[in-house]
Write a protein that binds this ligand. Structure first.
Ligand code: TXA
Ligand code: MG
Length: 322
């Protein structure tokens, strides 16, 4: 776990224009001073991410929101007060303080307050906003431990803060709160049901849109192995067939088939609780890669609660590769 001296050191790295990987409750972020265009530019370079894909600005508390956006509509205020700190990102009109480099040239900016003691300590010590995407290479699986970050980005990061494994395991829910009717741009750690309960109205979800949001490619969150999605009751047969055909098959075995003996290269039994599945998802995909699988057979969970975010990530992991 990060010590106070680590936090101070990390804040110094940010002030000097460097990059700090830090834990949040969702996934690890690759952070830079949001107001330093050169530092933000390095984030894109290290990730191999196109400059048009906007970053999320992380701030230390809802009370600072007005410093980073042009206007805080009542709905945005309500959501911030209710869900921050937490896995919710609000897209609002860009404040002048935010350079266009951080927003991919957009006149909107994504902002969130992460719910992790190390992230909050870093933001407090630094005193500004930290622009951070997930700390992985463009298109690949997000990191949920400090070791994932070190393995993937190594020396390209100036400092890695270790805050242990991430509790939520999938990224934040992104809500477009610029207009009258908010909509979900990316399902994530705050469920649609929780948002609707607070808003007292149904919410549109654009989780499969390919053009609306820069950075939401059909292929994303992808392990090295190809991912194939089938109905839960077909997972075992599909995996065994592919294994017989010569693939090194990794299986994400649905909970209702947890007792099945599967002839495959590697099998991960998926937890029955959606919270545990979300927490483990990226680690499972990394593990199957590491064990040498070239094909992963999985099925989608029921798309409610956290199941919506898990299904979104699995679909993208299975999407056509660039
Ligand atoms: O949980 C998370 O959100 C993690 C942690 C580190 O906070 N961050 C994360 O960042 O997932 P990233 O860069 O991997 O995904 C952020 C996504 C972008 O791909 C983009 O689709 C969306 O946020 N985004 C950012 N700014 C936006 C904007 N102004 N308008 C619409 N979408 C935006
Ligand atoms: Mg990402």
């Amino acid at each position: 776990m990060a010590r106070t001296s680590d936090i101070e050191k990390a804040a110094g790295v940010l002030r000097a224009g460097g990059l700090v990987a830090f834990p949040t409750e969702t996934v690890y972020g690759l952070g830079a001073n949001a107001e330093d265009p050169a530092a933000v530019g390095r984030v894109f370079q290290v990730k191999g991410r196109p400059p048009s894909h906007p970053l999320i600005v992380h701030i230390g508390g809802a009370e600072h929101l007005g410093d980073w956006v042009e206007d805080v509509p009542a709905t945005a205020r309500l959501l911030a007060e209710h869900f921050w700190p937490g896995p919710l990102t609000l897209v609002l009109r860009r404040g002048r303080r935010v350079p266009l480099e951080a927003t991919g040239g957009l006149e909107t900016v994504a902002v969130r307050v992460p719910d992790h003691p190390v992230a909050l300590a870093l933001l407090s010590a630094f005193g500004g906003g930290v622009a951070a995407p997930s700390a992985n290479r463009f298109g690949s699986v997000s990191p949920t431990t400090a070791n994932h970050v070190r393995a993937e980005l190594g020396d390209a990061v100036d400092f890695v803060l270790d805050g242990g494994p991430c509790e939520v395991g999938v990224e934040s829910t992104i809500v477009d709160a610029t207009g009258e009717a908010p909509s979900v741009l990316r399902p994530g750690g705050v469920t649609r049901e929780d948002l609707e309960a607070v808003l007292e109205c149904p919410l549109a979800v654009h989780s499969t849109s390919r053009v609306r949001v820069p950075g939401q490619h059909p292929s994303h969150y992808a392990p090295r192995a190809r991912v194939v999605l089938v109905e839960p009751e077909k997972v075992v047969a599909e995996a065994e067939l592919a294994q017989e055909l010569g693939h090194q098959v990794g299986v994400l075995l649905p909970p209702s088939f947890a007792d099945a003996a599967v002839k495959a290269h590697a099998v991960v039994a998926v937890p029955g609780s959606m919270a545990a599945y979300a927490r483990g998802l990226y680690g499972f995909l990394r593990e199957l890669d590491q064990r040498g699988c070239d094909l992963i057979v999985a099925s989608l969970p029921v798309e409610e609660g956290l199941g919506l975010a898990i299904a979104n990530r699995l679909r993208r992991a299975a999407g056509p590769r660039r």
